[in-house]
Design a protein around this ligand. Structure first.
Ligand code: ARG
Length: 557
């Protein structure tokens, strides 16, 4: 709302005086609501700031929100009718509830998003966790803004590694063991293959032959591969359930196997294919290395499948904009993908939502070897520690396990999203589970605090005395609430859930410092109801912010 007032003022002055970039500041607490520094114009027009003030003052149109305009120390100071603004914002939040901030800028435009996308028969990596968490938040943010999101899990379920896996399984595999611990058994087989390959180089050719046969739908291999895939998915689904993440499609790389010939043909017809040392490539000029379409042995590649997938998404879902939530290390790959489809004549937006590594004690966290075990183990640990903290704080709480899950997982999610995504993040369970500081539990706890006050006191909206909202402590926070719709928009524009994370953190901090100073349940009925409306609105926005990040909101903890 304040943004809009500033915009209107700016437009009035800029148009009338034919100047650009009028600066409108929001002074610190205790002063005017808005201020325009006049010295620069005085200098420009060789006159006094007072004179500029008079000229500006004539142009600024009064409206029901402007209280008064004053000249002080070279500034044009604007005082707003704070209670009007407050009423406007708070009644919007009160009426719209979780829909506050909904916007229809997407107008049902289809946006496909490819996220999480782990590789089957391998542990779910920390990179995939980041992709899952960031993607899930973006899906909710875009949806809130009226876009139609198609959530796709582009499973890594195709490629020569499956030839290796099948050869290894046929040599050393054991059905029972795989059934019991699918991913870790399959991963062991894969590692064993690599070790054996060193002394038996012929294994590599065997694996290629097997993958070629798989590509041609060999029955026996297809059966094995399907089994590996089903077992892996079963493990992944447990993780998604825990995280509360859902997809519309699990169309992995294998899904495009029968769509690859058409892609190669289309590239051929456009005259884009070249043979380079036996491999088939698309030359991308000086700035980018060529895109590899087929290997010497004719097998297709990650890139070929991505081209097929992008075209499929365009043809099937009518998505011209596809978000790929994938780590920084694939920046080049997505530039190539964009370049190839541009050359093919498509007008598609390949939007790589890149992100950094997960570090532990400053070192890269890897799922294999390394300090950290499997991701499920880490998540279980977070839940266990959250449970201990809750037991200590609130031993009589019901549903402790459910709350511990929400807190443990919320902590992991917030730890990820509070940072700008392209940066590396630190993974320290102890820090992220603290109830103070920049953590998920801190936010959940702030919401719970408000919930408990609201359980004990009922708001009567007709008894609210809005004059209290003129006070700085209230008004600052109300202005913050008024910014929420704009913050969501900014988060979408920059594909940064981080904007929302920062915003709700600051909102919770403001609330807690307000609550430290001001009693809610005061004698005066008008004041008390003003307080209740005020904190109810804070909770609504805080909760909606948490929901957009994929963090569960609690009533008690
Ligand atoms: N499975 C890939 C990996 O783990 C990520 C796939 C990302 N999506 C895509 N369309 N390339 O590296």
């Amino acid at each position: 709302m304040i943004e809009q007032i500033k915009k209107d003022l700016k437009a009035q002055l800029e148009n009338h005086f034919n100047i650009d970039e009028v600066v409108i500041e929001e002074p610190k607490k205790g002063r005017a609501d808005l201020a325009i520094p006049l010295f620069a114009y005085a200098k420009l027009w060789k006159t006094s700031p007072m004179h500029i003030f008079e000229k500006f003052n004539e142009v600024i149109q009064t409206n029901e929100i402007l209280e008064k305009i004053e000249f002080t120390n070279g500034f044009l100071n604007i005082y707003l009718k704070r209670d009007k603004i407050a009423q406007h914002i708070l009644s919007a939040v009160h009426l719209e509830k979780e829909h506050y901030g909904d916007q229809n800028i997407g107008k049902d435009e289809v946006v496909a998003m490819d996220y999480s996308s782990p590789n089957i028969a391998k542990s779910f990596g920390v990179g995939h966790l980041r992709s899952t968490v960031i993607g899930n938040a973006l899906k909710k943010i875009y949806t809130k803004l009226g876009y139609k999101m198609i959530a796709i899990n582009h499973l890594g379920d195709w490629g020569t590694q499956f030839g290796k896996m099948i050869v290894a399984y046929e040599k050393w595999g054991n059905e029972k063991q795989v059934k019991k611990n699918p991913i870790s058994e399959l991963q062991k087989l894969y590692v064993r293959f690599h070790d054996a390959e060193k002394t038996e180089p012929e294994l590599e050719q065997q694996a290629r032959d097997v993958f070629r046969a798989l590509e041609q739908n060999d029955e026996k291999y297809t059966q094995l591969w399907t089994w590996f895939k089903d077992e892996s998915l079963r493990e992944f689904m447990e993780m998604y359930d825990l995280l509360g993440v859902e997809f519309d499609y699990f169309t992995g790389e294998s899904f495009y196997n029968d769509k690859m010939d058409a892609v190669v043909e289309a590239l051929e017809n456009k005259g884009l294919l070249k043979i380079d040392q036996g491999a088939t490539i698309v030359d991308l000029g000086e700035d980018l290395p060529p895109a590899l379409i087929k290997r010497t042995d004719g097998a297709t590649l990650y890139m070929t499948r991505d081209i097929a997938a992008l075209i499929y998404r365009h043809d099937t879902y009518h998505a011209n904009h596809v978000l790929y939530v994938v780590g920084n290390e694939q920046i080049l790959h997505f530039k190539q993908l964009q370049a190839v489809t541009d050359l093919m004549g498509y007008h598609l937006h390949v939007d790589h939502i890149n992100f950094g590594l997960v570090l532990i004690d400053g070192k890269k966290m890897s799922t294999r070897g390394g300090k950290f075990k499997r991701l499920e183990v880490v998540i279980d640990q977070a839940i266990k520690e959250a449970k201990e903290a809750i037991e200590a704080k609130n031993p009589n709480l019901k549903n402790q396990m459910e709350v511990a899950k929400a807190v443990g997982i919320g902590a992991i999610i917030f730890n990820d999203l509070k940072n700008e995504r392209h940066l590396d993040i630190d993974f320290n369970l102890e820090n992220m589970l603290k109830f103070e500081g920049q953590t998920g539990p801190y936010l959940q706890y702030s919401s719970v605090r408000i919930a408990s006050i609201l359980r004990e006191n009922t708001l009567d909206i007709n008894l609210v005395d809005s004059t209290y909202f003129r006070e700085d402590d209230y008004f600052e926070l109300i202005k913050q609430l008024g910014q929420f719709p704009h913050i969501i928009f900014k988060a979408k524009e920059s594909n940064s859930p981080n904007q929302i994370a920062r915003y709700i953190l600051s909102l919770a901090q403001s609330f807690n410092s307000f609550y430290g100073k001001q009693r809610i349940n005061v004698e005066d009925v008008g004041h008390k109801n003003a307080n209740l409306l005020f904190i109810e609105s804070i909770r609504t926005v805080l909760n909606e912010g948490l929901r957009l990040l994929g963090i569960k909101v609690l009533d008690e903890m």
